[in-house]
Ligand binder design. Sequence first.
Ligand SMILES: [Zn+2]
Ligand SMILES: [Zn+2]
Length: 210
Amino acid sequence: MGEIADKREQPKNLGQNEKRQRYRNYHKVNICQLLDFTKRFVIYLHMENKSKHTRPSWDQYFIEVMEAVAKRSTCDRGRSGCVIARNNVILSTGYVGSPTGSPHCDDVGHLMKEMIHEDGSKSKHCMRTTHAEANAIAQAAKNGVSIDGATLYCRMTPCRTCAMLISNCGIKRVIVQHDYHGKSETAEIFKNAGVKFEMLSTAPPSYSDQ
Ligand SMILES: [Zn+2]
Ligand SMILES: [Zn+2]
């Protein structure tokens, strides 16, 4: 121990201490630089993520609202929803459901009817509910809200009855999320009424007993 203590006191050992101190200082600087770099990198990643956020278009926004509305539906053959908007403001909403006070399909089962078409083909439909589009129009009427010139967003191509209602209440644009089989009549009704008809996907949604 005495020998080591003696060596430290010698000028040569003092030089080594100085080297050690310089070495420590050098690493201290490097650690500070590394922390600074890490901080800058985290800020960069944060800004990158921020810039990657893309706001939905108004059409996407209303379609997403329509999907939320559709969750209130009471018939699992087509949990459809509808949003009617004008100038980017929602005027009315509707979803598939039984008339006020009547039992729901989810509680008592569907009320199925078979339709025979002109070409002999058959299709089955649940008749217990009022469709989402008709319910949205009914809600506007109940609240005294004009939907003239508005855009209607819904899940599937509207049926003939809904297409006629949509045309007659002055709606000028219809955007559907999915096509629905056998609805060429709807396109014809909209064309005659000057209603712009847009489809996001041509694939129809599937459910049993169509
Ligand atoms: Zn049903
Ligand atoms: Zn309908």
